[in-house]
Design a protein around this ligand. Sequence first.
Ligand code: SAM
Length: 300
Amino acid sequence: MGTRSKPILPDNAPSAAEIARVPAEQRSGDASLAARQRASRADARSESEALVRPQATLFGRRRGKRLTARHDGLMQTALPEVALDASRPIAPAALFPQGVCELWLEIGFGGGEHLAALAKAHPHVGYIGCEPFRNGVAKALASIEAEKLRNVRLYEGDARAIIEALPEAALQGVYLLYPDPWPKRRQRKRRFLSDALLSRLARVMRPGAELRFATDIDDNAGWTLARLLRSPHFIWAPETASDWQDPWRGWPGTRYEAKALREGRKPAYFTFRRNQAPVAQAPNGMESSDRPESGSDSKA
Ligand SMILES: C[S@@+](CC[C@H](N)C(=O)[O-])C[C@H]1O[C@@H](n2cnc3c(N)ncnc32)[C@H](O)[C@@H]1O
C-alpha cells in the first residue's frame, strides 16, 4: 500500500488537543473553553442516555410510502424466514445451517443494496443487517429473493438490540455506512457511535475485527473520529495519507453514497480495528430492562 505517511484528517476533524483532552485545556479559566467543556459534558451525558434509555431513539422514520403488494407479501412470508429475534441471546453458530466462515454486521442498511452485493460476492460469509425502516427491509428481502441469498439475516429494528443479543467476539466486521448525521447539537445524542455504544460494539467484535465507517458529512467524520481515537478498544492505522479517501476493495457503493456524490459531497471511509483490550462487563450499568426495545413494530 506504499509508504506510511502522516494521515491527512478530514475538514473539521478534531484537533489533537481535543482528542487527547489535554490537561492544559481542562485547567484553563477561559470562558469559551469552559463553555465548550460544559457542552462536551452535556454531549457525553446525552450519549450515554441514548444508550441506556430505550426511548432515546437513534433513527428517523420507520415507514415511508405504502408497500407494494409484492413487498408486503415479502414482509409476510420471506421476513420470518430470515428475521432475527433480539429479545433472546443469539447463537451465531446456529444462524446459517450451511455454515459460514465469518460473521459481519451492517448497521442501517437502507435499501440493502450494499448488504446484498456483499452477500452475493462472499457466499461463505454470514451477514446480519439491521434496519428500522420498513420499506428498506422490504427492498432487502426482494434482493435476497432475487439473488437466492442464503447467507443473510435481517433485523427490522434498532441495531443496538442485536449488539446486546450477540455473544462476545462474535463478529469479524461491522459496517456503518452513511449513518444519519443529526447535524444540530441537541440531536447529536442520536448519532450512532457514541463512547458508550463503542464499548458495547467492542464487546461483540473479536480482536482484529474491522469497523468500517463511511460518511459524507465532515462534522460527523470529525465527531466520530474523535470518539474512535479516544476509545481504548479500537485503533485507526491508515496505511497511506489518502486511506480515508478511498473506498474498500470491491466496494459496491450505497444508495446514499450515490446521492452524496451527485450533490457534490465527498465521502470519507475509515477502517478501525478492534484491539485486544478486554471490555469491562456492562460499563454503563445497562440492565436488560434498559435495552433498546426489540421487536419490529414497537416504535412504528
Ligand atoms: C442515511 S441512511 C443510509 C442508508 C445506507 N447505509 C446507505 O448508505 O444507503 C441511514 C440509515 O440508518 C438507519 N438507522 C438509523 N439508526 C439506526 C439504528 N439505531 N439501527 C439500525 N439502523 C439505523 C436509518 O433508518 C437509515 O436507513
